[in-house]
Design a protein around this ligand. Structure first.
Ligand code: NDP
Length: 334
């Protein structure tokens, strides 16, 4: 079995030499354990934060240890007393490797009769839930609101745009990198307008697309996106601080948004959130999302990279915009 390890903590942009792909022995499952052959690995921006040795809501990757992350796989062997059968499809946190030896009690058995296994890493996983919680609990969308979403062609953003519409937004504007992605925002995900942030002048572009201002901003990017949103926000507007990917590879903290004081006069609410604190909403969301997927009213795209050897490139690609929708690594059947 091959597994990825972090061997040096990156400063700024991670480099391939900060990682290694190693072969590891696969042990037989002991009592209560199962052996899982991973089939899909999730690739997520928060993994960049785990490469730094800093306190966070999730512990850093340990040097020279297998990296972790969400994954799904098939159980290939079970130890005595393990309550999960061979052949079960399970969700767990031992990603970045081909085989995982796990306590049966630590995995979630998935029902893949109606949806794909990998959907539980994206639209039916924390990705989709993040979009839903952000727009219902953190920065609730009300009927007729104008909603702006950054990182809009990504996993969370593309779902968020569609959910904003379902919640009654009158106009949903997304920003993404490049004209192709902006086109997809409108054609594939039902956004009313798109902004190509690589063109610059975010303030001007947002003013043009939201001439009556923005009521809800779902921030995946931070930095100049957050600042431009502050300029366009309407009175009593709400901002969900979901991510700040524009700064994840910075070695020093960027300056705060210069227009933050506008939040005072506009009586804005800016609220950060980490989805782990909102898992109680998962059953409600999953119930709705399964229905939306079945009726075809929610589109959840995936960008699939093949093979464990390419997992690191998938991560680099995620950070530079190679994905539309959810970034996944697929491991071959044998
Ligand atoms: P995405 O699928 O959105 O992938 C990341 C995308 O970010 C890339 O495709 C790229 O798209 C964009 N990007 C990269 N660098 C920049 C930059 N400098 N400026 C603007 N855009 C950039 O990932 P996710 O949907 O998984 O995550 C989206 C955000 O949500 C992240 O910030 C993540 O940390 C956050 N998140 C937060 C959670 C929480 O609990 N609060 C849970 C899950 C995710 P492009 O081509 O458009 O540049």
């Amino acid at each position: 079995s091959r597994e990825w390890q972090l061997i040096a903590r990156p400063v700024g942009q991670p480099r391939p030499t900060d990682f290694r792909l190693l072969r590891a022995e696969v042990a037989d499952p002991g009592p209560g354990q199962i052996l899982v052959r991973n089939t899909w690995l999730s690739v997520d921006p928060y993994m960049r934060g785990r490469m730094d040795d800093v306190p966070s809501y999730i512990p850093p990757f340990q040097l020279n240890e297998p990296m972790t992350g969400s994954a799904v796989g098939v159980v290939t062997a079970v130890g005595d007393g393990a309550a999960v059968p061979v052949g079960a499809v399970v969700l767990h946190f031992a990603g970045w490797r081909e085989y995982a030896l796990l306590d049966a009690s630590k995995v979630q058995v998935l029902d893949t009769t109606k949806v794909s296994a990998q959907a539980f890493l994206g639209v039916l996983g924390t990705t989709g839930l993040t979009a839903y919680v952000g727009l219902t609990e953190i920065a609730p969308v009300k009927e007729g609101d104008v909603v702006f979403i950054s990182g809009a062609a990504g996993a969370v953003g593309s779902i968020a745009g569609q959910i904003a519409k379902k919640l009654g937004a009158s106009r949903v504007i997304g920003s993404a990198g490049g004209p192709q992605k902006v086109k997809r925002l409108i054609e594939d995900y039902g956004f009313d307008a798109g902004i190509d942030y690589r063109e610059g002048d975010l303030v001007g572009q947002l003013k043009r697309e939201a001439p009556n201002g923005v009521d809800v901003y779902f921030d995946n990017v931070g930095g100049d996106h957050l600042d431009a949103a502050l300029v366009s926000m309407n009175l009593f507007g709400r901002i969900a601080l979901c991510g700040a990917i524009s700064a994840y590879n910075e070695s020093a903290l960027p300056p705060g948004p210069p227009h933050l004081p506008l939040a005072i006069g506009k009586s804005l609410t800016l609220r950060g959130f980490t989805i782990g604190h909102h898992m109680k909403t998962a059953p409600e969301y999953i119930g709705k999302a399964v229905g939306w997927l079945a009726e075809g009213s929610l589109r959840a795209d995936e960008t699939v990279v093949e093979g464990i050897e390419n997992a690191l490139d998938a991560f680099f690609g995620l950070m530079s915009g190679a994905n539309t929708g959810k970034m996944l690594v697929r491991l071959p059947e044998s």
